[in-house]
Design a protein around this ligand. Structure first.
Ligand code: HEM
Length: 534
């Protein structure tokens, strides 16, 4: 029989030993960069170089900017950091950034995002014959090759990504953008009508919400072939699920951090990237729309139509690298939605915030709109949008100050020797490219806190390193929807500013507070504007 005090002593011994082991594990893990001979920023237990993601009062972007500035102050071109215990290579030098993104792309083909092919509902599998066994994306099952074909462009890596990217690239050419342009204009007209009739001189608006409705309409129409009606039905399922993707709970944030740090364990535990109700909703929308179009011979000018055509290519079979399966279409429509809607509305929101703060720049943008539209019969046309040069500078400068994705990632898929050094980055190492640090680096941008669209005049742009502005990333994995995103932002800003003046409402916090919990750069409390008719 154990006496009570003996039990207590044993319990204390177990707890103390466990703490000692965990502590030793952290200390050993934190020696990683020292063992590899690369300078690193000092981590702390348990979160490494980032603060607690749940209690942090600063955003992920601001934390990354601080790390960049610390490393830069030490004269480092690159260094090691830790995300919890996960060693992460932190790249500052623009030439090295270019190597990672482009020159040595074959070493960095993957993003390293957590993705659970087995359990993520958008990631369903289908069975086909004859896939190469060597590819880890394919599994042999009951003598059939199981092909996980629902995975999407953002999460995939290696050959699977390369094939899918090659298939999707033709959907984003300027010809295809022209084809979809009228849809954007139609959504712009609804936005303009809403501002004119319901908002101007009447009510203060949370501009992110208004632009979120516009972006939902545009991308819902182009990627899912649906009229989302977000202005008439602000609580339509499409809008509700769209918002849900970007509003993680505290538990979701903790899980995402865990999955990023321990992806294998997270997969074993069956953790998913996308919640089942969200993916069920989007899957059903796409499958129903495709079935409706095929049964009724309906065609539309949108991404979905282009993908249906690829699916139905004669003489080609699923998984041959040329055609698309139903699951692939579902996954790509979903990813166009998540990649396109929040990033675009964020870009327009911050541009309007700065234009409200700088009335003289706003006037200049409006004067350009009037001048350009006058040359085009007062109509928003594809060509007129390309002539909005100064507005483009405003958008570029907004994305410099507020890059929607403040840090981009890659994973070393092979051991990588850093050019001109002995350092070798081991296969499997996570790479952070701190876009926001680059965008606030005084070596590229004097007084980086100041909003100045002239930085992006053709002459000034030419003087800068081409990798000093990275809102869309870089290299072969650069944003596939860049042209679409910019076009949409121009249509949205033109529709809003053409006949209306905006000013900042006192409900907006100035200086802006960047939300510590949002996955994409966002203003805490929103950007509230007054709108008046001109
Ligand atoms: C202003 C709007 C947008 C911004 C700021 C933006 C930004 C980005 C960034 C930073 C990346 C990562 C690039 C990298 O890792 O190097 C990315 C990837 C991607 N974006 Fe966008 N994006 C925007 C609009 C769109 C739109 C409208 C779509 C689709 C309709 C889209 C689809 C994608 C896809 C599919 C990827 C993954 C590409 C790949 O891995 O091959 N984006 N975007």
């Amino acid at each position: 029989m154990f006496s009570g005090s003996c039990f207590f002593t044993n319990l204390v011994a177990v707890v103390v030993t466990t703490i000692a082991i965990v502590y030793a594990f952290f200390i050993w893990s934190f020696q990683y960069w020292k063992r590899r001979g690369l300078p690193h920023l000092e981590p702390s237990i348990p979160f490494g170089n980032l603060p607690n993601p749940i209690t942090s009062k600063t955003s992920f972007g601001e934390n990354a900017k601080m790390l960049y500035q610390q490393a830069k102050a030490r004269g480092l071109k690159h260094c090691g950091i830790f995300i919890m215990t996960k060693p992460t290579w932190f790249v500052l030098d623009l030439e090295l950034v270019k190597h990672v993104f482009t020159r040595d792309f074959q070493f960095f083909t993957d993003r390293g995002f957590f993705f659970n092919e087995k359990d993520d509902p958008i990631g369903k599998s289908s069975y086909i014959q004859g896939e190469p066994k060597s590819d880890y994306k394919y599994r042999d099952l009951r003598n059939l090759k199981r092909y996980r074909d629902g995975a999407h462009l953002i999460a995939l890596g290696g050959t699977k990504w390369k094939n899918l990217r090659a298939k999707m690239t033709p959907t984003f050419t300027s010809g295809k953008m022209k084809m979809m342009f009228q849809t954007m204009v139609d959504c712009g007209l609804i936005l303009e009508k809403y501002i004119e009739e319901d908002v101007a001189d009447k009510q203060v608006i949370d501009i992110k919400d208004v632009l979120g409705r516009f972006s939902t309409d545009v991308i819902g129409s182009c990627a899912f072939g649906l009229d989302c009606n977000s202005f008439k039905e602000p609580n339509s399922p499409f809008r509700v699920y769209g918002k849900k993707v970007f509003q993680p709970s505290i538990l979701d944030t903790a899980k995402a951090f865990f999955a990023l740090t321990f992806p294998d364990l997270a997969r074993t535990l069956g953790m998913r990237q996308i919640k089942p109700d969200i993916s069920n909703f989007f899957t059903k929308v796409v499958e129903d729309t495709i079935s409706y179009r095929e049964r009724n011979n309906v065609t539309r000018n949108d991404f979905l139509q282009l993908m249906i055509e690829m699916k139905n290519k004669k003489g080609e079979t699923a998984g041959d690298g040329k055609t698309l399966t139903m699951n692939e279409i579902v996954a790509q429509s979903f990813v166009f939605f998540i990649a396109g809607f929040e990033t675009s509305s964020t870009t327009m929101t911050f541009a309007l915030f700065e234009l409200a703060m700088h009335p003289e720049i706003q006037d200049k943008v409006r004067a350009e709109i009037k001048e350009v539209l006058a040359r085009h019969d007062d109509k928003i046309t594809y060509d007129s949008m390309n002539e909005l040069i100064y507005m483009n500078q405003v958008i570029d400068e907004s994305m410099r100050k507020y890059p929607p994705l403040p840090v981009l990632t890659r994973v070393a898929v092979e051991n990588y020797k850093v050019p001109g050094e002995d350092t070798v980055i081991e296969k499997g190492t996570m790479v952070f490219l701190p876009v926001i640090g680059v965008h606030y680096d005084e070596d590229s941008y004097e007084n980086p806190e100041v909003f100045n669209p002239d930085r992006f005049s053709p002459e000034n742009k030419q003087k800068r390193h081409p990798y000093a502005h990275l809102p869309f990333g870089g290299g072969p994995r650069v944003c596939i929807g860049e042209r679409f995103g910019i076009l949409q932002a121009k249509v949205g800003l033109t529709s809003l500013l053409k006949n209306h003046k905006i000013s900042l409402n006192e409900k907006t916090a100035v200086p802006l507070v960047i939300s510590p919990t949002s996955q994409i750069t966002a203003a805490d409390g929103g950007v509230w504007l007054n709108v008046s008719k001109l």
